[in-house]
Design a binder for this molecule. Structure first.
Ligand code: HEC
Length: 400
């Protein structure tokens, strides 16, 4: 059985699998084998092996001996699949997954540490793990007006100088997160992080549906750079329209106000020392707009909602066409044990399913499945891990 040596190659090559489509698998000898994964059969040994791999990858533990035995001794393939599926359910319904998901969100958010620091710094990552363990929709990660502590209990995320409950938006408004990424004069780091994680996109957001400001609207500093070849507007035309969501933070993460006035740090945050109304943005006919006039320019989609608060941004993101796809891809990276990216520390987002049409179809198909299970990560894991698409990533089917 050469499966272990070719596993990595298969994982990379199998992204063209889609349930109704044939796929190309490189058998490592330069030949392509065309298969429809639904038509494949797998041995009991193969299913048992996949169960072990899955437990180790996701639960950091071995499956129960009885579960392995039941698969290995199954009378036929249906019985083996049934036993395999039951063991997958056991894994996903147990608390064992908590550590893996906590690790994922700690890494992706770049906030909190499992072994040191405050419990409050782990609230954001704990919310992600909580959403998974409790089979909630991923939307809750952005819209929850509560936090989750180390004991997986619901606690308040309210802090002195922070947003009121009505404006709280999941991990985005938690103190440790805003404290790390907020620069109230600019807000671009917040935007970078949030777009990176939830849209799987980084500036200049090629291929992402984004509302963009035109040159007449944006601060001239992004268009007039006489000594600089960089076209600032390529990225900032898409990023600046989102930062209105944070304009109620008046000077820092702990200076939130529900009644903002246009002055320093208001819709033109970065220009508070620039003087002269013309440098404020957005502009109309060269003049700065009032807060209420400007509001319509702060959104992430052409017909999207205005962004007055972080909660508005959360609500705009969960209906953005890239949101579901982004999380589908993220969860696939966990299950397939491939590069997850590191938006918490830079701008690296996973990008595994875009090299050709078949890969795009693969992602589209699984994004549909993700939608069909209510965008619940836990249910999505079950669907994918039980599929033949997943089973075939572990070995060359012709070996089985
Ligand atoms: C390739 C895309 C891109 C281009 C081009 C670009 N920026 Fe940015 N800019 C970003 C991103 C992403 C951030 C978020 C901060 C980060 O990456 O750490 C940012 C942040 C900023 C910030 C805020 C810094 C902060 O601490 O939040 C300012 C101000 C800014 N850019 C101005 C400019 C100007 C002026 C230009 C042109 C000379 C420019 N940018 C060109 C993507 C870009």
């Amino acid at each position: 059985m050469r499966s272990s040596t070719i596993q990595k190659g298969l994982i990379l090559l199998l992204f063209c699998v889609s349930c109704t489509q044939n796929t190309t698998i490189d058998n490592q000898e330069g030949e392509n084998i065309y298969v429809n994964p639904d038509a494949l059969s797998f041995s009991n040994e193969h299913r048992a092996k996949m169960l072990r791999i899955t437990y180790l990858n996701l639960g950091y533990t071995f499956p129960a001996d009885e579960d392995m035995k039941e698969i290995l001794e199954a009378a036929d393939e249906d019985a083996a699949q049934l036993a395999y599926e039951e063991a997958i359910d056991t894994l996903l319904e147990s608390g064992v997954m908590h550590t893996r998901m906590l690790d994922y969100f700690l890494k992706m958010l770049g906030v909190g540490n499992k072994y040191s620091g405050t419990a409050q710094a782990r609230y954001p990552a704990n919310l992600g793990a909580y959403v998974f363990i409790n089979n909630l929709a991923i939307d809750e990660f952005l819209t929850a007006d509560y936090a989750i502590d180390d004991n997986q209990n619901v606690v308040s995320q309210t802090y002195a100088g922070g947003p009121p409950t009505s404006d709280q938006a999941g991990y985005i408004t938690m103190e440790a997160y805003t404290q790390k990424y907020m620069n109230t004069r600019f807000m671009m780091k917040m935007i970078r992080e949030i777009f990176g994680l939830n849209l799987n996109a980084k500036a200049p957001f090629a291929g992402v549906t984004m509302y963009r400001w035109d040159e007449n609207t944006i601060n001239p500093k992004y268009t007039e750079q006489p000594d600089n070849e960089t076209r600032c507007i390529a990225c900032h035309a898409a990023m600046n329209p989102a930062r209105g969501a944070f304009h109620r933070y008046m000077g820092a993460y702990n200076t939130y106000t529900t009644s903002p006035t246009q002055s320093t740090n208001q819709y033109g945050q970065e220009d508070d020392s620039g003087g002269g109304s013309f440098v404020l943005e957005p502009l109309s006919g060269g003049s700065a707009l009032s807060v209420s006039q400007a509001a319509q320019y702060y959104k992430i989609e052409e017909d999207g909602i205005e962004l007055h608060t972080p909660k508005d941004l959360a609500n705009a993101l969960i209906v953005h066409p890239n949101f579901s796809k982004a999380w589908t891809e993220r969860f696939l990276t966990i299950m397939l044990n491939i590069d997850e990216g590191s938006p918490g520390q830079g701008n690296v987002v996973p990008n595994h399913f875009s090299s050709n049409e078949a890969e795009e179809l693969f992602l589209e198909h699984w994004a549909e499945v993700f939608e069909s299970v209510g965008r619940k990560p836990n249910a999505f894991f079950k669907a994918f891990l039980k599929s033949k698409t997943y089973l075939v990533t572990g070995a060359n089917p012709t070996d089985s």
